[in-house]
Design a protein around this ligand. Structure first.
Ligand code: ATP
Ligand code: MG
Length: 560
């Protein structure tokens, strides 16, 4: 381990456990339920579990929590494995399932019965709920609570043999129906469910409950630190009860940390799944989704996600983290390696009236302003160009340093031009600008007296390549859509805008999987279209500056 102080309370505990010799090796697990795709919250859990093990030369299991048969899908299993790998982590041979332990769990349940610490209850589900009491009232003992060990063993074995219908009996731990902690009021350990399981088929008509299966799976895998989110804090006494009474060889320690909540999005698999079912997004990998698959497709680099969760930190405090922080990590990771190119998203035609018809010049543009090693490229220049509609204003304020009637602007890597005439259609919309260029101002020529304040990007109309560009924005207008009664009411109707952009020709040769900066506009990532595999498509990963920062700060302050 490094000499630096551990950067959070969990790493502090782990550091102490290694120093004191309590553990020779750290073993953790990431235990997803394969009922959806992984999201940004899971990224935090993955980076924490795999991270602390890697930092201490320990080991991490990827364990699928498949105790809920019929709810899980091979698609989700494959996606989870791909996502964890893409994030940069590897479980090696440690890929397990809760169902791998069904025999051992069953044996542990029989042990509990033999110790007089579990019983078969024959109340109905409704009655069990009624007997459970409330937060302010203690529960009542079930009339079946005092069955003999023999009766319990016999009934449990017959449950296992499939003799009973769903719901006829359940196996419960015998703890304390008056406990102030509801989790200790004789929690269920096994339910009867005649459902076939994706791994064990029809071998089991009974399935273990999560708390029991999770605790004991941790023990079977010799997990040293079982890291989970705060909502399991109230389950820790039950976790420890199982370990106290069953005394497995290995005793894991459960430690809770707060969930990562990202502003302007939701991180509940159920709600994300609803967005897909309702057609609000196109799928789990829609680039607006906070899923790993969506963020990858949008063009977020794995390093940016790792950086972001490291900055967010591991704490016990509930927090809603600004989206701007994630986007800053993305910008930071993309800044150095991404080549610069020119593209016009909302084109306005410029005709250089004094430029010779048919002439083409090849301007030399740097691929990265701060890194000459990335070289240069040729950008064709001709009489007709595209510029951004936003870069022209007819009634411009004094401080508008882009193009206005009679005004001058520099075209990046090319000439200074002046706007001489504004051409409009019948409805009064500006459709074309007639400009003149100054041949003495070519980029790179010594220039003393000619200074203009603005520089804009452009693409030669004759050489432009069309592309579909998707401009993504937040899915929600509310910082905390989870708090909204109905998230439909806080959806951002403009979370996706599709434009046909004009690209400089060098962009047609960009390799797949590599991000690029469109000068002045943001970072973009090549994508594809299912219905037109050859179409050129780019996703906007993130803008260059955080236009939401101010708004977001206000909103977050307002709600705290
Ligand atoms: P969801 O509510 O989206 O269904 P979950 O907690 O049920 O999420 P699991 O598949 O059970 O999803 O989660 C696997 C692991 O990831 C758990 O250890 C869980 O604590 C952790 N995890 C889930 N969401 C977050 C989050 N927002 N922040 C940090 N860790 C999380
Ligand atoms: Mg869960």
């Amino acid at each position: 381990m490094s000499d630096a102080a551990p950067r959070d309370f969990i790493r502090q505990i782990i550091h102490e456990d290694l120093e004191s010799g309590k553990h020779g090796e750290i073993v953790t697990r990431f235990p997803p339920e394969p009922n959806g795709y992984l999201h940004i919250g899971h990224v935090m859990s993955i980076c924490l579990n795999f991270g602390v093990a890697a930092e201490t030369r320990g080991r991490t299991f990827l364990r699928f929590d498949d105790t809920n048969p019929g709810k899980e899908d091979e698609e989700f299993v494959n996606a989870i494995e791909a996502d964890v790998h893409w994030l940069g982590f590897d479980w090696e041979e440690r890929l397990t399932h809760a169902s791998d332990y069904f025999d051992a769990l069953y044996a542990a349940a029989e042990q509990l019965i033999e110790k007089g610490l579990a019983y078969v209850d024959s109340l109905s589900a409704d009655e069990i709920r009624e007997y459970r009491g409330t937060l302010t009232e203690p529960g009542r003992n079930s009339p079946y609570r005092d069955r003999s060990v023999e009766d319990n063993l016999d009934l449990f074995r017959r449950m296992r043999a499939g003799e009973f219908a769903d719901g006829e009996h359940v196996l419960r731990a015998k703890i304390d129906m008056a406990s102030p902690n509801m989790n200790l009021r004789d929690p269920a350990l096994y339910r009867i469910r005649h459902v076939s399981h994706q791994h064990t088929g029809d071998a089991w008509p009974i399935y273990p409950m999560y708390d029991f299966a999770h605790t004991m799976s941790d023990a079977f895998e010799a997990i040293t630190h079982s890291l989970c989110t705060l909502e399991f804090e109230d389950h820790r006494p039950l976790y420890n009860w199982f370990l106290d009474v069953l005394e497995p060889e290995h005793r894991p320690r459960q430690i809770e940390f707060s969930r990562l909540n990202l502003a302007y999005t939701i991180t509940s698999k159920r709600k994300l799944s609803a967005l897909i079912d309702e057609g609000i997004v196109t799928g789990w990998d829609d680039p607006r989704m906070p899923t790993i698959a969506g963020m990858r497709r949008r063009g977020y680099p794995a390093a940016a996600l790792r950086d972001f969760v490291a900055r967010a930190g591991v704490t016990k405090k509930d927090k809603l983290i600004e989206m701007g922080m994630l986007e800053n990590s993305v910008r930071e990771v993309l800044g150095d390696p991404s080549p610069r190119r020119m593209a016009v998203l909302k084109p306005l035609k410029v005709v250089l009236t004094n430029y010779p018809e048919g002439q083409v010049e090849h301007m030399t543009a740097m691929n990265h302003p701060n890194n000459p090693d990335m070289g240069t490229r040729d950008v064709p220049f001709s009489r007709e160009l595209w510029i951004e509609q936003d870069d022209f204003m007819e009634e411009a304020p004094r401080k508008f340093f882009r193009l206005k009637p009679g005004g001058e602007v520099r075209l990046r890597s090319a000439y200074i031009i002046r706007c001489d005439e504004v051409i409009k259609d019948a409805a009064g919309n500006v459709v074309e600008l007639h400009c003149s260029y100054d041949p003495e101002t070519k980029s790179g020529m010594p220039q003393s007296d000619r200074k203009v304040k603005g520089t804009i990007h452009w693409v030669s109309a004759e050489h432009a390549v069309d592309a579909e560009v998707r401009l993504y924005d937040r899915l929600f207008n509310e910082a905390n859509p989870n708090a909204a009664e109905d998230y439909h009411s806080v959806l951002n109707p403009n979370s996706l805008e599709v434009v046909t952009a004009k690209l400089e020709p060098a962009l047609a040769e960009l390799p797949a999987g590599e991000a690029v900066q469109f000068e002045r506009l943001g970072y973009f990532f090549p994508d594809s279209r299912d219905d037109a595999p050859d179409a050129r498509v780019f996703n906007r990963i993130v803008t260059l500056r955080d236009s939401w920062a101010k708004l977001e700060k206000q909103a977050l302050q307002g709600q705290s």
